[in-house]
Design a protein around this ligand. Structure first.
Ligand code: NAI
Length: 480
């Protein structure tokens, strides 16, 4: 704690650099800046205590400071051990008007290269308010903050935290350890936090999946807004964001020429579409794997070969997973890959690749090339290059998505926070989406910022196609 701000970041001295990049990013985030102007005198988030768990990048800094501008108190952690940009974290702690000696910003608990224990400690710190009041909103990306509150509440009710099984993932053991310690120290902590929360707004596909599962089981403790499935989120961030940041991660990690190589993209959803286009744009020959015939057919119509991973492993120079599923690339696949082939994941969690299996492979040898780049040498002498230890490589090896696309995503986040914070009584413990008219509003701001002109419907035309001339312009089932 310094000057009343508690925090855990790498180095406050990086705040000045962070502030310069935040200033440039603000210009590239017209949606967030428009929301600041729209709500300048209104402070709709006054009284909101938001615990955020989302990659602590420059773009997220602009999001955090927008929430503060709307009146919120905020505490923040990253949602990945490698994704924090240390200068952005420092700048948020220092704040626009503070200094490293006298920080006046937001408590942030995040640095690049956390251990799993440190990661979950940071998440807990973001959820633990110093005066014991607790958060009343969560802003989540992948659902880890929400998971901690739900599991904590569940085990407090049972009065006991289960012992980990031997073959449980390492991360789950860390979570159980943390919850066991908190049950001993403060047995009502998570129940109280859960009861104080008005709602959560969730950023990504994987976190949204967890929310729908909780709601279906009747276990969701508070209402949720699915931000991911705003059209101006998943059809832009997941796709065009990845188109930008996938090759950025591969380039910064390896500097291998992508042109002429064979690249396999596992999954052809929104992220997969962006990933395939990104690699094709560099001149790679792209092959797609899919389990869903609709997405497989889309890939073929877009000109990609569709194959099973097993059929094409022998030729692949680059393999990227984008599925949000687990065990997509097994250790047997890895052992069959070409010498110095590149393997990376850009889905939310690292379980798409069997990293634990790779580490256990008899005779395997790991050579760290540089942070977030490892060469794994098999006993026969051939090796593969794994990026970011199997965690999302665009944020681990590069700086994630650029500001303009995140302005779309984060505008939806801010709108969703205002909606749930101010109108929570009208929501059940279910998962909701934002109304289409707000999606169109976010899009309009960004079209105008890019100098696009939107055609206006005449009254006659609007009647003919059966919509209001001011929108919404499409039915709910329209797929874009
Ligand atoms: P999506 O549901 O649109 O796409 C996933 C696709 O993978 C689906 O088409 C599905 O049929 C396919 N799939 C599932 N299992 C498969 C398997 N075993 N083999 C081949 N294909 C399989 O989801 P979306 O939005 O594309 O997100 C994918 C992941 O990326 C999620 O974990 C999401 O949270 C994450 N994400 C990561 C971002 C980043 O910056 N790294 C940005 C946005 C999302």
């Amino acid at each position: 704690t310094r000057n009343g701000v508690d925090f855990a970041v790498a180095d406050l001295a990086q705040a000045e650099f962070g502030r310069k990049e935040i200033r440039l990013a603000e210009h590239e985030m017209p949606g967030l800046m428009a929301l600041r102007r729209e709500y300048a005198e209104v402070y709709p988030l006054r009284g909101a205590r938001i615990s955020g768990s989302l990659h602590m990048t420059v773009q997220t800094a602009v999001l955090i400071e927008t929430l503060v501008a709307l009146g919120a108190e905020v505490r923040w952690a990253s949602c990945n051990i490698f994704s924090t940009q240390d200068h952005a974290a420092a700048a948020v702690v220092v704040g626009p008007h503070g200094s490293p000696e006298e920080p006046k910003g937001v408590p942030v608990f995040a640095w690049k290269g956390e251990s799993l224990t440190e990661y979950w400690w940071c998440t807990e710190r973001a959820l633990t308010w110093p005066d014991g009041a607790g958060p009343n909103m969560i802003l989540d990306d992948g659902g880890d903050a929400t998971l901690l509150v739900h599991k904590g509440t569940q085990y407090e009710k049972a009065g006991v935290v289960p012992s980990p099984e031997e073959d449980d993932p390492e991360e789950w053991k860390v979570i159980l350890e943390l919850l066991r310690a908190s049950l001993a120290a403060d047995p009502g902590k998570w129940t109280k936090i859960g009861e104080g929360i008005r709602g959560v707004t969730e950023e990504t596909t994987t976190g949204v999946l967890r929310l729908y599962q909780l709601a279906a089981a009747g276990e969701l403790l508070f209402p949720a807004i699915n931000v991911n499935d705003s059209v101006t989120k998943s059809k832009f961030d997941n796709r065009y964001g990845i188109r930008h940041s996938l090759i950025d991660g591969i380039n910064r990690g390896t500097d291998v020429l992508i042109g002429g190589k064979v690249a396999v993209v596992c999954g052809y959803g929104d992220v997969g579409k962006g990933a395939a286009e990104s690699l094709r744009g560099q001149g790679a020959r792209v092959i797609v794997t899919e389990i869903d015939p609709i997405c497989a057919l889309q890939a073929m119509m877009d000109g990609y070969q569709v194959a099973k991973l097993e059929s094409v492993l022998d030729t692949a120079d680059i393999v990227i997973t984008t599925t949000g599923n687990k065990d997509v690339v097994t250790v047997d696949h890895m052992a069959r890959m070409k010498h110095q082939a590149i393997l990376g994941n850009i889905g939310h969690f690292d379980n798409e690749l069997d990293m634990a299996g790779l580490a256990r492979y008899p005779g395997i040898h790991r050579i760290n090339i540089k942070p977030q780049v490892d060469e794994w040498v098999f006993p026969d002498g051939h090796s593969i290059i794994v990026l970011s230890e199997g965690r999302l490589l665009n944020l681990g090896n590069a700086t994630g998505h650029p500001s303009f696309v995140m302005s779309n995503s984060f505008s939806n986040q801010v709108i969703a926070q205002v909606e749930l914070f101010t109108k929570y009584q009208g929501y059940d413990r279910e998962v909701y989406r934002l109304p289409k008219i707000l999606d169109e509003k976010v899009a309009r701001i960004h079209v105008e910022a890019l100098g696009g002109e939107i055609t206006k419907l005449t009254k006659d035309q609007a009647e003919y196609i059966g919509v209001d001339p001011e929108g919404p312009f499409k039915s709910e089932h329209y797929r874009y």
